[in-house]
Design a binder for this molecule. Structure first.
Ligand SMILES: Cc1cc2nc3c(=O)[nH]c(=O)nc-3n(C[C@H](O)[C@H](O)[C@H](O)COP(=O)(O)OP(=O)(O)OC[C@H]3O[C@@H](n4cnc5c(N)ncnc54)[C@H](O)[C@@H]3O)c2cc1C
Ligand code: FES
Length: 268
């Protein structure tokens, strides 16, 4: 069984959207979950988050950063992906809590969308703080309409508020009572979101994209160190964790563990 690509869109210079026919995965998909795919039989398996789905298809949004994602970015509608395994990971915990602020940096904007929809449908007031370096990197601003109030941040001030998503979040926290924060994006961004909400004691959920190999809890690759000295696994216990107990410094070191091997791979 292969997975046909039915749509491809370039969202900006470095971000590609693929809509892939996968009705069995789509039927069980929930916000916060991901798939592991392999383009060809001898290819590497890579995890990608479900950015959206309908009855027949799943939507993946990714950046071509290395061999597999670059190969994937070259694929066109009419082509097929060899394997797509999923949905994997625990779904996001969606309930009625009041005001939920979803914070997404860069590519993190895409996986934020199903969470915005789910929190809204659960009866929450949803605010999305999304941030990019500059206006040209922004995507899906329209897609959030009807589900969330948007606070757009650009580092160079070319659109919305000038600053980082943490500046946008702090502004929202000053203006209203926030009952939960969800952050998706680069680990450094999630670390600073968690620091900002810790003092205000706002429950904060982060989505950890550790290096994954099997994606089903068997290989130990996706360890998430906690400040409680416990170890969790992103694929089996996450990918969502309490941002206030993630050991961010240890996680950042761990995420850089294979840097040399990845650089070597890119040269071949
Ligand atoms: C649960 C989860 C969800 C993800 N969702 C998305 C998404 O929606 N969109 C997206 O663009 N990226 C996502 N990623 C990251 C994506 O999996 C990597 O960009 C991809 O594996 C890179 O593979 P490569 O061969 O192209 O690049 P490589 O050259 O192999 O790696 C480039 C960088 O990607 C990361 N990476 C490499 N291999 C893995 C791996 N097996 N698991 C996790 N990270 C890896 C590393 O930080 C590395 O420095 C997700 C990762 C996880 C764990
Ligand atoms: S990817 Fe192997 S344990 Fe999580």
């Amino acid at each position: 069984m292969t997975f046909p690509i039915v749509e491809k869109e370039t969202l900006n210079e470095g971000t590609v959207l693929l809509r892939v026919k996968a009705p069995r995965i789509a039927a069980h998909a929930q916000a916060g979950q991901f798939v592991v795919l392999r383009i060809r039989e001898k290819g590497e398996r890579i995890p990608l988050t479900l950015a959206d789905w309908d009855e027949e298809t799943i939507t993946l949004v990714f950046q071509p950063v290395g061999k597999t994602t670059q190969d994937l970015a070259k694929m066109l509608p009419g082509g097929s992906i060899r394997d797509v395994l999923g949905p994997l990971g625990n779904p996001a915990e969606i309930s009625k809590v009041g005001t939920v602020v979803l914070v997404g940096g860069g590519l993190g904007i895409a996986p934020l969308f199903p969470q915005a929809r789910a929190f809204k449908e659960a009866g929450n007031r949803v605010v999305c703080v999304i941030g990019v370096r500059t206006k040209g990197l922004l995507f899906w601003e329209d897609r959030f309409k009807g589900y969330a109030e948007l606070v757009v941040c650009t580092e160079d001030g070319s659109h919305g508020m000038k600053g980082l998503v943490t500046d946008g979040l702090k502004r929202v926290m000053r203006e209203r009572k926030v009952d939960r924060v969800v952050a998706i994006g680069p680990p450094v961004m999630m670390k600073f979101v968690s620091l900002a909400t810790r003092e205000a004691m706002i429950p904060t959920v982060v989505s950890i994209n550790s290096i994954m190999v099997d994606g089903i809890g068997m290989c130990g690759g996706c360890r998430v160190p906690l400040t409680t000295k416990e170890i969790r696994f992103s694929c089996a216990d996450g990918p969502e964790f309490d941002g206030h107990i993630v050991d961010w410094d240890a996680l950042l070191v761990r995420n850089r563990m294979y840097e040399d091997e990845e650089k070597a791979c890119r040269c071949t």
